[in-house]
Design a protein around this ligand. Sequence first.
Ligand SMILES: [Zn+2]
Length: 347
Amino acid sequence: MSIVVLKLPDVKQKMEGRPKQCPYCEGATFQRWGCVNKAVKDVRVRNVKVYRYRCCHCKRTFRHYPEGTTRADQTERLRVFAVVLWTLGLSHRASSLVLSGLNVLVSFMTIWRDVQEAAKRIQKRNQWKPVRVLGLDGAHVLGWGAKQPVLVAVDLGTGEPLAVGYINEYDPQAVKRWLQLLVQRHGITVIVTDDLSSYKIVAEKLQLAHQVCQFHVRRWVGKTLKQLHETIPKEWLWVLEEIRHLLNILPPDGSRTLYALWKRLPGRRSLPSQPRSALEQLRDLLLRLSEDWQNYCTFQSEPEIPWTNNSTEQAIGRMKMRECIVRGYKSWQGMQSGLMLAGTYTT
Ligand SMILES: [Zn+2]
């Protein structure tokens, strides 16, 4: 299991500095109007000092809460902590029990509400957020008692999930419809994916720059080269070395080099109904790599574009942390918020 780092908000025991503006009017000068000790529910702090102020302009009084606290009993930190317990796979009731072990009494209904609110906050924050480089990857998560295909979109600027869709990544039409909306909303210009053909089709249709994850490419090409090593005539073994070398250094003109190699190989001799010979398989490989080469090197044009889709896979890993314990969500809505929370609140 990966290490979980909690991103918890800070809680201050008293306010540093005075209020800047009256919550009721434009007033900016205040008189201090007393001070109360407010008991709070938190994992570290038991109470905070809350000052009251009176606006010199409208004469109304208001409370000025220290960082991380509001009029609610729970601190912001406790809210997030409760949500994190839930995203790690505990039920609302079990999360409440863990907190009572820390001497913080919060009902499971409150935790349920915290989880709903956190999901809404993420949704709101993500709605119009600008995103330039988007990672995409399909995942299968447990929902409604069976494995369901979902497509996860990750903002590669922050590593946080942007959206999850109930979509099969093998269906280019469905991927396109869903992605088009995200592209319009967030201004996405680059996608990073594995080299599934549906992503290639969609990137072309939506005119997006495309980076194909090099871990994936190296994995499948490495496997293919190993097989070919056993099967092709010895005098062509140097071609395999050449391919390996090109993938290691990813030169921008690799496409041309691969195409030239393709032309040096003897043409197709087997009939369409016959299985391809080893040398013909090597030819197909050269052509495919030559055609896709540009999408292997997109990252060289801008430092913001990663050369692998690692961050997306990590976000999916965090989402699955919750999944493996709850064994299924009741609805797509619930599943979506659960996945987004798990992917956002842990790193
Ligand atoms: Zn005022």
